[in-house]
Unconditional design. Sequence first.
Length: 381
Amino acid sequence: MGTSSHGNRFYHHDADTQLVSKRISTVTNSNELRVSITAQRGNFSLDIDHTFPSQSVTAVIGPNGAGKTTLLESVAGLLPTARGVIARGDTELLNTSSKRRVFVPPHVRRTALLRQKPQLFPHMTIGSNIAFGPESQGCDKNTVTKIVQHWAERLDLTDFLTRYPSQLSGGQQQRASLARALASRPETLLLDEPTTALDVNAATLFRRIVKEQIIDVLVTTILVTHTVEDVIGLADHVLVVDHGKVAHCGRTAQVLEEPRSTFVADFAGVNYLHGTASDDSINVDGIALHSSTSTAYGDALTAFPPTAVTLLPSTDYISPSQWTSRIVSIDARLFGFAIEVEQPRGLYAYVDLPYFHQYGFAVGDSVSLSVDPKVVRIYPR
Ligand SMILES: Nc1ncnc2c1ncn2[C@@H]1O[C@H](COP(=O)(O)OP(=O)(O)OP(=O)(O)O)[C@@H](O)[C@H]1O
């Protein structure tokens, strides 16, 4: 009997020994994914050198056209222009840099790609869709039935097995797509904006299911998303891609709480300012912002959520930790308003609805401000 490199899987079956590619059947201790490639798409060039940690979820974020989907398609083996090395553990999936060229075809890469729109086979029932992977891998009928039942139960699809994709909602179809992907026992799971087309409830459910299933099957996952909830809810690591290159990477909290670009700051919804740090504060545009955890001196960045900013109608008395400024814009937000002030330039305060109406803030008003030092991050530029 073959055994999976995922020790806690519920089934072991002969398909492991029947894989089309001998290379793919190599069992490794780690399924970390090393991607060192260039890929061309018209005038666009992707140039990525990054290792995706084993058995964890890495979110890939970046502006439109940055190359995120191009990266996923390269890893999936769907982009013929990809050059370089892609290796999972010690198993090469692509190597164009040595004489011994390696190109493992997409269907034997043990890599599943889930796109924004569910891509189920329309002429096949949900059960047959889920069965497709294990059947193509040579599993016997009994095993296929077990696998289908297993994933249908786990993804809440048991009532839909005899239905066709067109008879399911978008959220149900996306769950079925995930079931089909996981049933083929991928070692790398590629999710391309999987919640974008789903409503809030379906997206929340899908996120929860992905989290539970991924933890359980220990698949190394790359998640392309424009949704901060996806990143916070699912990802351990974040890779920021811009203009086809890695702009920044790190653990999720660190990348989002200490952004290094306006794109990431806007994505995380935090204030992001540049200044000069000394001791426990940073001077930004003539204003000293204090931090309980500052680690920087000199040229530095600071980030903090707009909810950490307290904004009061201007009074005669200003304490040493406050400063005065003027309101330059007011934008409606969920349950409140984002209020931009003149100084420091680009700083936003979040004010909830009752508070906003209590003081009737308006553009041009003079206000006094302070920031909670406990949540202010100051870090080297
Ligand atoms: N089939 C194609 N032919 C030529 N150029 C393409 C093709 N597909 C994508 N591109 C270009 O490749 C670049 C990267 O596209 P890609 O879809 O990877 O970006 P992305 O980061 O996923 O964007 P988005 O966030 O909008 O989905 C873009 O400039 C795009 O115009």
